[in-house]
Design a protein around this ligand. Structure first.
Ligand code: PGA
Length: 264
């Protein structure tokens, strides 16, 4: 029977310095020693990827190294961009695309989100495609429509053989960094709808295997209830991932809930 192991990511955003990133990585690694049944990734800022990679390697950790962004282009005259090959070279195995801050603060449109998602998956990396509605869209009853459109556009021309490396993160924009978390029932409703869209695109079996994380003001105190929902397969954690003890507690909550059986 298909089951989905929970997956928890720590998105450090544009935070930490070199010493702080090292200390945080060590704290997370040490806090999770011996914990089974959950996949974990950390997404440090680009300049600290190698530092964190060497900490993970020297401690024999299974925590994956993630990148917060990547270019869709292989190389060339693109000042400031970082390619997927460079990231892989630094030990990265998973990439975020479509994060709400890149969409709504830095102005990335659907075309670029799609290009990055497609390129990351084609490069054999895991990809976490982030989707989610803004507050006015939720209030207008458009949550499912917005998420569906972002999933469909983000995955355009992504072939079925690549989606085993895909995770979706449902992150309502109004819940990110605000302290205002979606209720477990609201997260479940949106994520159920997203899984239905995945089933329409790739069939029930594939959709049953694809993990859908929740992100938006997850803390140790609310993680378990969110992760216990049938279609919530872990979380993408921002602010609370900057404290090792808090992040470790969130990962343990996911491990405690355990794998989910296919619901389609
Ligand atoms: P937050 O961020 O946990 O600080 O709300 C989540 C995210 O942006 O992935």
């Amino acid at each position: 029977m298909t089951t989905r192991r929970p997956f928890v990511g720590g998105n450090w955003k544009m935070n930490t310095d070199r010493a702080g990133a090292s200390a945080l990585a060590r704290g997370v690694v040490d806090g999770l020693v011996g914990l089974q049944g959950v996949d974990v990734a950390v997404f440090p800022p680009f300049p600290y990827l190698l530092t964190v990679a060497s900490i993970l390697r020297e401690r024999g950790s299974s925590i994956r190294l993630g990148a917060q962004d990547a270019s869709d282009q292989p190389d060339g005259a693109l000042t400031g961009e970082v390619s997927l090959a460079m990231l892989r070279d630094c030990g990265v195995s998973v990439v975020l695309t479509g994060h709400s801050e890149r969409r709504h603060v830095l102005g990335e449109g659907e075309t670029i989100v799609h290009a990055k998602t497609r390129a990351a998956l084609a490069a054999d990396l895991e990809c976490v495609l982030c989707v989610g509605e803004k507050l006015d869209e939720r209030e207008a009853g458009r949550t499912n429509h917005v998420c569906e459109e972002q999933v469909r556009l983000g995955l355009r021309e992504v072939p079925p053989e690549h989606v085993d490396r895909l995770t979706i993160a449902y992150e309502p924009v109004w819940a990110i960094g605000t302290g205002r978390t979606a209720s477990p029932a609201d997260a479940q409703d949106a994520q159920r709808h997203i899984r239905g869209v995945l089933a329409d695109l790739y069939g029930n079996d594939a959709a049953s295997r694809i993990r859908i994380m929740y992100g938006g003001s997850v803390k140790a105190s609310n993680a378990r209830e969110l992760f216990a929902q049938a279609d919530v397969d872990g979380g993408l954690i921002g602010g609370a991932s900057l404290k090792a003890t808090e992040f470790v507690a969130i990962v343990k909550a996911a491990a405690g809930v355990g794998a989910k059986a296919a619901t389609l």
